[in-house]
Write a protein that binds this ligand. Sequence first.
Ligand SMILES: NC(=O)c1ccc[n+]([C@@H]2O[C@H](COP(=O)([O-])OP(=O)(O)OC[C@H]3O[C@@H](n4cnc5c(N)ncnc54)[C@H](O)[C@@H]3O)[C@@H](O)[C@H]2O)c1
Length: 321
Amino acid sequence: MATILVTGGAGFIGSHCVDVLLKRADKVVCVDNFNDFYNPRIKRENVKSHTLQTTNYKLIEADIADLTAMEKVFAEHKFDRVLHLAARAGVQPSLKDPLEYVRSNVVGTTVLFELCKKYGVKNFVFASSSSVYGGNKNVPFCETDSVDNPYSPYAATKKACEVIASNYHHTTGMHIAALRFFTVYGPRNRPDMAVYKFADDILSSREIKVYGAGDEIKRDWTFVDDIVKGIIAALDNVGKFGFEVFNLGNSNPVSLMYFVSLLEKELGKKAFIKRTPLPVGDIPVTFADVSKAKKLLNWQPTTSIEQGIKKFVEWFQQRAL
Ligand SMILES: NC(=O)c1ccc[n+]([C@@H]2O[C@H](COP(=O)([O-])OP(=O)(O)OC[C@H]3O[C@@H](n4cnc5c(N)ncnc54)[C@H](O)[C@@H]3O)[C@@H](O)[C@H]2O)c1
């Protein structure tokens, strides 16, 4: 049993991780600022079952970029590990508000590293993103490929976090794993993401915008349960590493049109499709090489896109909000 700080534990991926950690009797301190990037009521709903657990779970509403507030959290708890998932996510919104992305993602992550150094917390796992690959032409994307040309401020902040992490490992000996998630989807999905917006628009008979003219835009959609298994494997093994970067993706990219056809099938309704060019900031294809995660974390995805969309739609149709 370990005591784990989970930042962003009220969010889509974070709340699923907390489910698993509490189930196996780890102690969780969740820090989240419940910001209004999307409706905070959804985040309250995500943590509802966790807050019923008074012995192994504590919820702290704080901003990770607030050094004073976070110092209090570290002074009051002795953490064995940090699972850092709090961030401003989303590519397009980052072009409109890059300063908030730098504040939450880069300053926030550095605050956590600094406090880990001060309070002797040695094991740190955090969320990076496939977006760091920018226009990488080598497919599938490998952790050793260059990530020097991010296409969006969001991607740039994630790359910055990886570089800062590497530096903290070098100067403190901290064990750190940076996990590059590839387009995650599933129950509790963020409402700003394509899968949710598509499903909502299809059901409401609204037009959906699909990037590209043909099948050239592809995403390596990865089911949330697979991502959570990878995160937990990283948390359990991070002590064996120095600083490592891992791709966590389905390793089976599908075109946007195929993705929409699966949604249509499961929702039982046709989409009104408008084709539009790929906007600046987005990348044309994502495709994860996951051999490193397989080798070092004994992890590989097991949910096909067809199974995952079925599960997503089941949740979508009975969601509370
Ligand atoms: N969902 C994906 O497809 C995807 C892909 C790649 C990487 N990621 C990364 O995974 C992590 C989790 O993403 P998600 O999809 O669950 O997003 P999410 O927005 O649902 O979860 C993030 C949580 O962090 C909290 N948060 C944000 N800024 C904060 C701050 N400054 N202080 C405290 N709390 C803060 C939010 O309130 C939210 O609850 C993020 O780091 C994201 O960048 C997600």
